[in-house]
Design a protein around this ligand. Sequence first.
Ligand code: MN
Length: 371
Amino acid sequence: MDTTLRDGEQTAGVVFSNQEKIRIARMLDDIGVHQIEAGIPVMGGKEQEAVESICKLGLKASIMGWNRPVIKDIEASLACGCDAVAISISTSDIHIKNKLNTTRGAVLDMMVKATEFARERVDYISVNAEDASRSDMNYLVEFATEAKKAGADRIRYCDTIGILDPFTTYERVQTVIERAGVEVEMHTHNDFGMATANALAGVKAGARFIGVTVNGLGERAGNAALEEVVMALKHIGNINLGFKTERFVEVSEYVSRASGRMLPPWKAIVGSNMFAHESGIHADGALKNPITYEVFRPEEVGLLRQIVIGKHSGTASIKSKFREYGKELTNEQADMILKQVRALSVDMKRSLFDKELIYIYEDLFGEQSDK
Ligand code: MN
C-alpha cells in the first residue's frame, strides 16, 4: 500500500501538482504496487480532482481515499470513484484526551458507524488505529474486534510517532492478530530510523500489508520506504513480490524532484553511493567479483557500479580505471599514479575526475593519453 500521495505529501513543505500525482500513480501501478492511497477527497478542490483523475486512469492498483470516521468524508471518497477507503481515528489515550477531547467509547462509536456506512458502499475498508503503538492493548484489541464486526477488511497499525522497535512491534502486532483475528497493515514512521525494520517485524508477526512511500517521504522523519521494504523482503525475507525493481531509481528520482527533497548519497537501495567503491580492499574485491561487497546487482534497482578513485583507492582500481581508457599500466606506473592521486585527493578533499587522472598520467609519463 503506497501512501506517497497522502502521507508523503503531508510532509511539511511538500506539495505535488496534480500532473505529478497522476504520473506518480501511474509509475507506482506499473512497478507493481497493489494499492495506492491517493489523497484526502474531503479536502475538496485540487485534492479531490487529483484523486478523481487517478481513479479514472483504469490502473490495476486499488485506489484508496483517506477519511476521518465521518460520513461526508467517506461520501467524498466514493464520489471520486475510490474502490477502497481508509477510516482513521486515534486509539491512544494520549490522542483521545489531548487531541480529540473525547472518550474511548465515543471513538468506538464513531469508527463503527463510519465503517458500517462504508461497508454497504465500497469494496474494501481499512480501519486505521492512529497512534496504535501507544494505545492500551486491551482497548486496541476491542477496537480491532469491533472494526472487523462492522465490516473492516483490515486494521492499519499506525506507529504514528515512530516509537516502536522491531521486538516490541513483533509482540504487539502478534497480540492484535491473535486476539482480534484481523488482517493487519503496518504503518511505521522513521523517527528512530526503524520504519523499515518495524514494518518487516510486523510481517514476521503475521501482518500481510505494509504501508510505504517512495524514498520514505512522509511526516517528520518519514515512513517505511517502498524500495527498502520490497528489496528487504526479497533479499532478506525471501518474499519476492514481483515488483519491477529495475525502475526504482527512476521512480525515486522523480519523486525526489517533485517533492523537492534531495536524497543523501548513502540512501539505502537507491542512493548514488550504493554501488560506488573507493577503498582499495573493497574496490579490489568488487572488481574481482561484485558479490564480495554488494548484496544485489546494481541493475536490479536501476543503478550502475562505479569505482571511485580517491584517497582510499588501491593499485587494482587505478589499473582497472586506466584499462577503461585503453591503457595497460605496469605495477610500478600504477604505484606512482596512486601516490599522486592520494596527495591530490587530500588537497582537494574529494575523489578525482577521470580528466584529473589523465593529467596525472601525462605529468608523470609525459605523453598524450587521450587516444
Ligand atoms: Mn503516517
